[in-house]
Every structure is written in structure tokens, then in C-alpha cells.
Design a binder for this molecule. Sequence first.
Ligand SMILES: Nc1ncnc2c1ncn2[C@@H]1O[C@H](COP(=O)(O)OP(=O)(O)OP(=O)(O)O)[C@@H](O)[C@H]1O
Ligand SMILES: [Mg+2]
Length: 281
Amino acid sequence: MNDGLALATRHVAAAPAAAPPPAMRLEKVSKRFPLRDGDSLEVLRDIDLDVPEGGIAALLGRSGCGKSTLLHIVSGLTEQDSGEVWIQGTTARAFRERGAVGYMFQDDRLLPWRTALNNVALALEPGRMGRGERLDRSREMLEMVGLAGFENAYPNELSGGMRSRVALARSLAPRPGILLMDEPFSRLDAQTRSAMHAELVRLRDLLGMTVLFVTHDIEEAAVLAEQVTVLAPRPGRVVERFDLGRSAPPRDGTSPEAVETARALKAALGEPSAEIDAPRH
Ligand SMILES: Nc1ncnc2c1ncn2[C@@H]1O[C@H](COP(=O)(O)OP(=O)(O)OP(=O)(O)O)[C@@H](O)[C@H]1O
Ligand SMILES: [Mg+2]
């Protein structure tokens, strides 16, 4: 009887521990690429990362530190040599849910011979959706990113910001729970980039997604992320993590908080802060 009670108590006490798994978890992920001379290049070493469900996380690091390789591993395009990647509690290898992970590449990869609408619809073509439904969903996604009326425009008729929006609509069309973004806004001017940051946060709230984005832009990380993981190069490894969740993104880049965050991120990257402090003539 007592044993039964103790068991029941243990059961109740254990219940809160069954919190939902993080959207993404990386445990000691390492990767080498073979070189032509028979040697190999160590690109990532022992990367740990936890991105909570619904969060916006950034990977910040200099060129060549393995950011894209890491996103490829999370998406399943590349396999790690060791360590484990978990997507919503399932190993990435076993996670095969079509459309659950969206990937927005650094270049927009729009097909020039397809209209904006048909570029978005492309993301739905591998699925079971009929053509009419695909076009309806694509129209809805274009409207969501502020491009209603541009359905029939070809990529060369769109500005850089509009092309980014089409690429965003395309990666969102399958309604992914997780969105991976590789320097998605790096080619945009500052004003358009700010507009896209606001757009991304709005869509995250609306669609309840988790976002992991890669950037080498310190201000972008300070303004847009709730969590920043700073990577150092050769081999890519985690040097520091920042929890910025106290204030909601997107933040004003000129606010004292964002400036202070940028300074801390810069220090973690090993860059002198003089560039930030110096007056700009
Ligand atoms: N398929 C591959 N085969 C061999 N080496 C590779 C391969 N992919 C990437 N690398 C090397 O791995 C290193 C990390 O590349 P990666 O593209 O992940 O860096 P990154 O941080 O995304 O850089 P950037 O900011 O310039 O985009 C580089 O030295 C690159 O040359
Ligand atoms: Mg890259």
C-alpha cells in the first residue's frame, strides 16, 4: 500500500519533467571534410546547441567557421561525423516529416523563368497537393509576405527585397515548424533588412515557428535573435552563448540595449570594439 502510494507520488512528481523537447538540439556535433591530398579539414568540433520551441536563435561567426555546414547538418543535407542532432525529440536521421523543416538559402534561388507565384508553388510540388490547392496556398503566402499583386511578376522584375520575400514565402509555403535561414538578408539595404526582420518576427508569431538563422552581421544578431551562439573558426566551435530573451525582437539597433549587446557579441567574436566606439566621419 505504502509502496503504491510512494509510486503514485513519484509518478506525480515526475510529470512536470515531461516538458516538450526543444525544437532543435545538437550534442557534440563534429564534422571533417576530406581534402584532395588525403588529409581532412576539421570544420566543426563538439557543437552543442538547444533551440527552444518557438524561439529565434542565431549562429554568429566569421566567414568559414562552419555556419552553413551546421545548417546543412540540421536540415539533413549533410551528415555529421559524430554527435547527434535532434529535431523535436527525434534524431534528425529519423526525422523525415516532409515540409517540417524549411530552408531559406543565402542566395534566393528563384527560377527566372517562373513567376513569383510559380516559384512559391515549387516548394509544394513534391507533396500530394493538387495544382489548384498549391496555387491557392502560394497566393496566400505571397499575400502574407506583403506581395499581393505581384503573383505574375518574374524575378527580374522584382527588387532585391521583393525577391527575398518571394524566397521567404517559398520556404514558408509547406508550413514548416522549423525555419533554417542562411544569411537570408545579407544582400539587402539596411532599411529593407529592418523591414524583413519585423516581417520574420510577425510570421514567427503568426505561424508559431522556431527559427535558426546564420549571420556574420553582429547588429542583425543583436536586433533579431532571442539567443545567440557565437562560433570561432578553424575548427568551428562554440565560444559563447547569449540569452537576449528579455526584450522582444526586432529591437531598435540604436537602443542602448542593442548597442551593448552588439559590443558584447563583438568581444566574443574577438573583434576590437573600437569600430563601434569610433565616431563615423
Ligand atoms: N563540401 C565541402 N567539401 C570540402 N570542404 C567544405 C565543404 N563545404 C564546406 N567546406 C569548407 O568548410 C569550411 C566551412 O564552410 P562553411 O560554408 O560552412 O562556412 P560558413 O561559416 O558558412 O562561411 P560563410 O560565412 O563564408 O558563408 C570552409 O573552409 C569550407 O571551405
Ligand atoms: Mg555560409
